[in-house]
Design a protein around this ligand. Structure first.
Ligand SMILES: O=C(CO)[C@@H](O)[C@H](O)COP(=O)(O)O
Ligand SMILES: [Fe+2]
Length: 230
């Protein structure tokens, strides 16, 4: 039993941003066979973040390579325009940045209306306060532990206190079921700490795709995270 009393099982979500894009299907198959719990797909528009990745036409065919749930992490300035295309591409959870839409409540309803579950992401500089009125309406909070846009960056240490404070907020607002995901700079060195303060969903790009074996990287992360949360 973890000391944080988090009710969720640990989920490991490989970020394909660090995969070999010339053989994306095989990479997705390999992490699926290697024990991943879901796929994390980083969608960037070159505007909200200074990098450009892929969209629904690249995501949809991944279903041929994996039966895992797919979450899309939208780092785009106009997320509402992608809700329907992402649902049609087979995305199961849509994660949008709080900084990108002043009408978060409407956006959340529209994501649900398309049958997807909802995550809200916060940049390192965005306070938890923006979640106050919507925490009860969503499934997951994504705490960015680097500034979004690129893989391979260093974990921002201040994120530990932010995760702790989010755990308190969940308790205060009666939202124990909301998951806490961390994204950026996660490795075997820090995964134990983020899990011990409340994270239950771990995104990892470099840590999974930089070595020779996807399976070994995933299982190293799982064991470094400690016992399974109950
Ligand atoms: O959303 C992002 C980056 O903006 C992430 O999902 C990264 O792709 C994580 O990569 P690593 O930091 O684990 O290499
Ligand atoms: Fe991401």
């Amino acid at each position: 039993m973890s000391s944080n009393h988090n009710p969720h099982f640990l989920s490991i979500a490989p970020s394909v941003l660090s995969a070999d894009f010339s053989r994306l299907g095989e990479e997705v198959r390999d992490v699926t066979e290697g024990g991943a719990d879901l796929l994390h797909l980083d969608v960037m528009d070159g505007h909200f973040v200074p990098n450009l990745t892929f969209g629904p036409p690249v995501i949809a065919p991944l279903r041929k390579w994996s039966n895992l749930p797919m979450e899309a992490h939208l780092m785009v300035s106009n997320p509402s325009s992608l809700v329907e295309p992402m649902a049609k591409a087979g995305v199961n959870r849509l994660i949008v940045h709080a900084e990108t839409d002043p009408h978060l409540h409407r956006l959340i309803e529209s994501i649900r209306g398309k049958g997807m579950s909802v995550g809200i992401a916060l940049n390192p500089s965005t306070p938890l306060m923006v979640l106050e009125e919507v925490l009860g309406l969503i499934d997951l909070v994504l705490i960015m532990t680097v500034n979004p846009g690129f893989g391979g960056q260093s974990f921002i240490e201040g994120s530990i206190s932010k995760i702790r404070r989010l755990m308190s907020m969940k308790e205060r607002l009666g939202c124990a079921n909301v998951r806490i995901e961390v994204d950026g700079g996660i490795s075997t060195k820090n995964v134990g700490q983020v899990v011990s303060v409340g994270a239950d969903t771990i995104v990892a790009g470099t840590a999974i795709f930089s070595g020779a074996s996807r399976r070994e990287a995933i299982s190293a992360l799982r064991s470094a995270a400690g016992v399974m949360l109950v």
